[in-house]
Ligand binder design. Structure first.
Ligand code: NDP
Ligand code: ZN
Length: 353
């Protein structure tokens, strides 16, 4: 089969590989559509997970099951499936402890395009099919289904980490596709004000549609100062970090009320440390929680988030601004994600049957 691979850091291209083999609890899936992620860009061009040779990229997609192992109960060839970016080992101790995304080691539930070949190929392998796949509702098209692999679960996880409550004032730092889903999730959780940080007009427009009530730009100076000016110096109840660099923690802590919570889903790519401002952290006693997490994967979550889209409560269609048809456009889509033109939110490649 052919797959689009990271040849080494900074170099990518099409390669030939053997079709993956199916273990007793596994499935082999043929993609219906795949989406490009900012994480693919970090992996390939920034060496975010270190050197990899000839590893097929991609962790966002949906597909059709072509083969299942003899232990798989609930899926069969021909089934259309949602596929989470994170596919934990559900019998691991970490999963039993409630942190399936770290099954087998920190962040090790992230297998596609990390520890094994990803989804940018004619066929891909899914471990623990009964635990990780979800049936794709008929009303969800393959393009929208791709947003359920990572963007919805990650953006919503920021909301979970920040523990957004009814009536909260929420600051969302970063409104790329991940932050947009944090805005949508905070809205669904009953936030009153949602202050969004980002500048690309397409993203600002989408954020407004998802429920952002106010906007600020990180280019206009300190985020925290702007937030304090907008909240009578009080700050916000919750902060979700979905963009920017390590410096966002300083801003987040400064913009937060005592007793507030920060949920980070952003990838921190530079430097040795993040800094926490001492005084604004209540000289160690401010009850300002800082949490960060990889999205949870697995079937139950996919089914629930899929139901949210299928019911019409969450419209993910504004995210897919660039939809291509055919593998021959995959590279173009990947390069678009690297270059992030102003009108881009998310590129998707549909593999027509
Ligand atoms: P994008 O690059 O599309 O969006 C980033 C956002 O951050 C944009 O709104 C951008 O604004 C804003 N931004 C840029 N610089 C700053 C700054 N200095 N201060 C504040 N905001 C800033 O990213 P994605 O939405 O695709 O992904 C967001 C992050 O989530 C990435 O780091 C990605 O790796 C990570 N991620 C994490 C996952 C997890 O499981 N935890 C899974 C998937 C992704 P502008 O409008 O100006 O561009
Ligand atoms: Zn992703």
């Amino acid at each position: 089969m052919k797959g689009y691979a990271m040849l080494k850091i900074g170099e990518s291209g099409w390669i030939e590989k053997d079709t993956p083999t199916c273990g007793p609890a596994d499935a082999i899936v043929r993609p219906l559509a795949v989406a490009i992620c900012t994480s693919d860009v970090h992996t390939l061009w920034e060496g975010a997970i270190g050197e990899r040779h000839n590893m097929i990229l991609g962790h966002e997609g949906c597909g059709v099951v072509v083969e299942v192992g003899e232990l798989v109960r609930d899926f069969k060839p021909g089934d259309r499936v949602l596929v989470p970016a994170i596919t934990p080992d559900w019998n691991s101790l970490e999963a039993q402890a409630g942190y399936s995304m770290h099954s087998g080691g920190m962040l090790a539930g992230w297998k596609f395009s990390n520890f094994k070949d990803g989804v940018f190929s004619e066929f891909f392998h899914v471990n623990d099919a009964d635990g990780n796949l979800a049936h794709m509702p008929d009303s969800i098209n393959p393009v929208d289904a791709c947003m359920l692999s990572d963007m919805v679960p990650t953006g919503f996880h920021g909301v979970e980490l920040a523990d957004v409550q009814f009536g909260d004032t929420v600051l969302v730092i970063g409104i790329g596709p991940v932050g947009l889903m944090s805005v949508a999730g905070a809205s669904l959780r009953g936030a009153s004000r949602i202050i969004a940080v980002g500048t690309r007009p397409k993203c600002v427009e989408a954020a407004r549609g998802y429920g952002a009530t106010e906007f600020i730009s990180y280019k206009d100076g300190s985020i925290a100062e702007q937030v304090l000016a907008m909240t009578d110096g009080k700050g916000v109840d919750r902060v979700i970090v979905a963009g920017g660099g390590c410096e966002t923690f300083e801003e987040a802590v400064k913009a937060l009320k005592p007793g507030g919570k920060i949920g980070n889903v952003n990838y921190l790519g530079d430097g040795e440390f993040i800094t926490i401002p001492r005084v604004e952290w209540g000289v160690g006693m401010g009850h300002k929680d800082i949490r960060g997490g990889l999205m949870p994967g697995g079937r139950l979550r996919m089914e629930k988030l899929g139901a949210l889209v299928a019911s019409g409560r969450l419209d993910v269609s504004p995210l897919s601004t660039h939809v291509f048809h055919g593998w021959e456009h995959l590279e173009e889509a990947l390069f678009l994600m690297r270059d992030k033109p102003a009108e881009l939110i998310k590129p998707v490649v549909v593999i027509d049957e």
